[in-house]
Design a protein around this ligand. Structure first.
Ligand code: DAT
Length: 174
């Protein structure tokens, strides 16, 4: 039996906005496959150098893309990453940029152990809506959607909205 065609979804936004939380739950509910790009890079050591300023390894974007290509071609993948212009545009049928108010994001990142410049830079990234603008440049604006991600109610509403969109996409394409 041929597998039903399923969409690829990109979940993006500043670190701490809730991509992993919603991505895993969405995978559970929809049956799509969740991929955390940070974890994938860590497991495969898909790095190219070390950033001294931020004290973290630098992602080897070409190898990340190569690693995911086959899976993305098959469809049904939820990708979670805090950047979005490294992926081929053709991969995604829809892009969600999660957004969180500064005070809440600050608390979430602080409790994750972020401090100093790293904390400030991530808060600024959210204030300047850096990832949203990156997404609007990298993808057709019609497929880019911002979602509030402040409360558990937001989470549930987003899950329902994305779930409904996914069901409709599958109906329309099979
Ligand atoms: P990300 O993957 O974007 O870095 P995360 O999923 O790890 O973010 O979430 C960061 C923290 O925020 C984590 O403690 C769970 C919490 N969180 C996520 N979404 C939330 C929401 N809608 N309301 C309240 N807390 C949320």
């Amino acid at each position: 039996m041929r597998m039903a065609k399923r969409p690829n979804i990109l979940l993006t936004g500043t670190p701490g906005v809730g991509k992993t939380t919603i991505g895993k739950e969405l995978a559970k509910r929809s049956g799509l496959t969740y991929v955390n790009v940070g974890d994938l890079a860590q497991e495969g050591q898909l790095y190219d150098g070390f950033d001294e300023e931020y004290q973290c390894p630098i992602l080897d974007e070409d190898r990340v893309v190569d690693e995911l290509e086959e899976m993305m071609g098959e469809g049904g993948v939820i990708v979670d990453y805090h950047g979005c212009d490294l992926f081929p545009e053709r991969w995604f049928h829809i892009v969600f940029v999660l957004r969180t108010d500064n005070t809440q994001l600050y608390e979430r990142l602080e409790s994750r152990g972020y401090a100093g410049k790293k904390l400030q830079d991530n808060i600024q990234c959210e204030i300047f809506q850096t990832i949203y603008e990156e997404a609007m440049e990298a993808y057709r604006p019609e497929i880019v959607h911002q979602l509030p991600s402040n409360t558990p109610e937001d989470l549930e509403q987003n899950l329902e909205q994305i779930g409904q969109w996914t069901e409709q996409w599958i109906k329309d394409h099979n």
